[in-house]
Write a protein that binds this ligand. Structure first.
Ligand code: GUN
Ligand code: ZN
Length: 430
């Protein structure tokens, strides 16, 4: 028998992009809305009364004043850094050497990788996140651990083996050949298996030799439907270091571009300090830039120009960058994006913040035909928010005159207490 579920609550979905059209035209909001799910897929979105009478056989879950939306999509994270999140006082290169690399060495032990993958997916689901694009470590078992943990939850996931063959400690380096071979084996094993997608993952140019970047470029040519994820222009010291390591390159982006690691399915984390050529070229090929606002403030990297880049038409997703980012919560991440917008002359509307964390990230992952919106035919990955989850938020929400005033206090002050339920593939997480 078919599994038909009807969720009742307030509903928010998108018909268009609120960065490029009026918010009222981009969004659809129902005060008493409903989402119908059939066998894990959204079958209808509409008014509660109408869907109740159209589908009398559906099993009803009534969330009252809860706000039902697509689940959050974290477009750039490092699940192996779960246990070192919020480590004090370092900037990028120092932070990698002091905290990150020693922790990533521990993934030499597959049991540790499995433990952290489980912990990480529990923490993110508790925060309403339903899909993540994550880096793993150099160890193939770390990739198996995350894909297996996601598969056991029916989660849509993007991940790849982090490749690095220089400027990393002993025990945390692969080679150009082993990076190619291991990535190739993992890709064959996991790409398009269930809800998994493989992303070819050079960590960043400083930790990959030209030979390794070339090998991964060649792998991408063989598997053009895979994503490619890496880092770009996060800190000024890093950019200087890249210029020393690649004296022939025109700029940081060129260290990827010359090896075939630039294309529409590329996702560049951070992309803060872009030169005009880089910005124009990224736009031309329509590659994704991933905004990591809590990380950019926490590690002291700089201010991503979201207003300027959106106006130029860039493809932009939003991400925690766990554990350079200081939170697992995409609500907290939206709040940080708002604050960085304020510092760069763009007051992001709540509709824009929420779009970035759902549709925008789905577009960055080229999965916007399947996830990221309450849309018929989309996979039923949902979050239900309590818009009065703490006394401070509730007293602020009590004065709201519309959805945006009602939602914004939760964006700015909310955390996992605001998450009433997370639905993955049509099933509410226990
Ligand atoms: N650049 C290269 N590796 C990393 C990482 O793990 N985190 C962040 N924030 N930046 C990086
Ligand atoms: Zn990162």
């Amino acid at each position: 028998m078919e599994n038909v579920q009807l969720l009742l609550g307030q509903t928010l979905s998108y018909h268009g992009d609120p960065f490029h059209m009026p918010v009222e035209d981009a969004c659809r909001y129902e005060r008493r809305g409903a989402v119908l799910i059939e066998n894990g897929i959204i079958a209808a979105v509409g008014m509660a009364d109408k869907l109740r009478s159209d589908y009398p056989q559906a099993q009803i879950t009534d969330y009252g004043d809860g706000l039902i939306t697509a689940g959050f999509i974290d477009a750039h994270a490092h699940y192996p850094q779960t246990a070192i999140i919020s480590s004090w006082g370092k900037r990028l290169i120092d932070w990698l050497n002091t905290y990150t690399f020693p922790e990533e060495m521990r993934f030499d032990d597959p049991a540790y990788g499995a433990e952290i993958a489980d912990r990480y997916l529990d923490l993110t689901a508790a925060n309403g996140t339903t899909t993540i694009a994550s880096f793993c470590t150099i160890h193939p078992a770390s990739v198996d651990a995350l894909f297996s943990a996601a598969a056991s939850r029916n989660m849509r996931i993007v991940a790849g083996k982090t490749c690095m063959d220089r400027n990393a400690p002993d025990g945390l380096r692969d080679t150009a050949k082993s990076a190619y071979d291991d990535s190739s084996t993992l890709l064959e094993k996991w790409h398009d298996r269930g809800r998994a997608s493989y992303a070819i993952t050079p960590r960043f140019s400083p930790t990959s030799s030209p030979e390794q970047l070339e090998a991964l470029g060649a792998l991408w040519v063989k598997h053009p439907d895979c994503l490619m994820q890496t880092h770009l222009s996060e800190q000024l010291d890093e950019i200087e270091w890249v210029a020393e390591l690649f004296p022939e390159a025109r700029d940081y982006l060129d260290t990827y571009e010359q090896f075939g690691l630039l294309g529409e399915r590329a996702m560049f984390g951070h992309a803060i300090h872009l030169k005009a050529r880089e910005r124009d070229r990224l736009r031309e090929v329509n590659a994704a830039l991933i905004h990591c606002p809590t990380s950019n403030t926490f590690i002291g990297s700089g201010l991503f120009d979201i207003g300027g880049l959106m106006a130029l038409g860039h493809r932009i997703g939003l991400a925690t960058d766990t554990g350079g980012g200081s939170s697992f919560s995409m609500l907290r991440t939206m709040a940080a994006a708002y604050e960085i917008g304020q510092l760069t002359g763009t007051s992001l509307h709540p509709a824009q913040l929420y779009w970035l964390a759902t549709v925008g990230s789905a577009r960055a992952l080229h999965l916007d035909n399947r996830i990221g919106n309450l849309a018929v035919g989309h996979e039923a990955d949902l979050v239900v928010l309590n818009l009065t989850s703490t006394p401070a938020i509730a007293q602020r929400e009590a004065r709201a005159e519309d959805l945006w005033q009602s939602l914004f206090p939760t964006i700015m002050m909310g955390d996992d207490r605001a998450i009433t339920a997370t639905w993955i593939n049509g099933t509410a997480r226990p």
